[in-house]
Design a protein around this ligand. Structure first.
Ligand code: ZN
Ligand code: ZN
Length: 241
């Protein structure tokens, strides 16, 4: 198995620049997702932050995406989980800013890391479709953007993998973080459903922001498999320690 748990070697923090980035920077100054400092228009984050962030490593189980020591939740219904960072320190701040404070540029950086990691695996060629874990309609209205969908679009950039919203989510009755692990699983199973579309014999890349207990990914992956998908792999920005 390829070791896709660790950061790709030679990862480049330049965003490629270009006229569009330059012009955008005049209107929306480019900021580091980790420390919020202003950045040159062609950078995805500052070098110090890049070196300090806790990128996930070989201590993460490549199958479930949780730390191997003690937290591994295998067996799970998906067969691989690619992660970018540990949900800790500045990485946690970046994810929270991305989810709740419209710092959507983080999708470009994390999307690139996850893209590069995906490309290191056999799934680079096998993946047929990317499906984001959806928000409920009220959550989407309130936030104005779907962070998992933006991330899915960045991960698949430069590939011919389409992004399709094939899952649906009902408004949660209780906020997930107030629930225990087993309650989360029951709540997830109740919340998510299949929205329709052709999944037959397809390998699906399921995309979400944070991997907490793994219940959401496992439940969503089960739904995709039940509706015809051949295999599901996952990509998430952060894994909770
Ligand atoms: Zn920084
Ligand atoms: Zn595992």
């Amino acid at each position: 198995m390829t070791n896709d748990s660790s950061m790709p070697e030679n990862f480049n923090i330049s965003n490629g620049g270009g006229v569009k980035r330059f012009l955008l920077d005049l209107v929306y100054p480019n900021r580091c997702p980790f420390c919020s400092e202003f950045l040159p228009y062609d950078r995805l984050c500052c070098e110090d932050c890049f070196n300090e962030v806790l990128w996930t490593d070989e201590l993460i189980c490549p199958v479930c995406g949780k730390p191997k020591a003690g937290d591994c939740i295998c067996p799970v219904s998906y067969s691989r989980c690619i992660t970018a960072v540990y949900y800790k320190g500045t990485a946690k701040t970046a994810v929270l800013n991305y989810k709740y404070r419209s710092h959507t540029d983080a999708a470009i950086l994390f999307g690139r890391v996850l893209h590069d990691k995906l490309m290191m695996t056999e799934y680079a060629r096998k993946t047929d479709l990317a499906v984001p874990v959806p928000l409920s309609p009220p959550q989407l209205r309130q936030r104005g953007y779907d962070q998992a969908e933006l991330l899915a679009r960045e991960i698949t950039k430069g590939t011919d993998i389409p992004v399709a919203n094939m899952l649906r989510r009902k408004k949660p009755r209780t906020e997930q973080h107030e629930l225990s692990a087993s309650e989360r699983r029951a709540a997830s199973a109740e919340q998510y459903s299949f929205a329709g579309g052709d999944l037959s014999e397809k390998t699906i890349l399921l995309v979400d922001d944070v991997l907490t207990t793994g219940a959401t990914l496992d439940v969503c992956s089960e739904i995709l498999l039940r509706n015809g998908a051949e295999e599901v792999i996952c990509a998430v920005i952060a894994t909770v320690l």
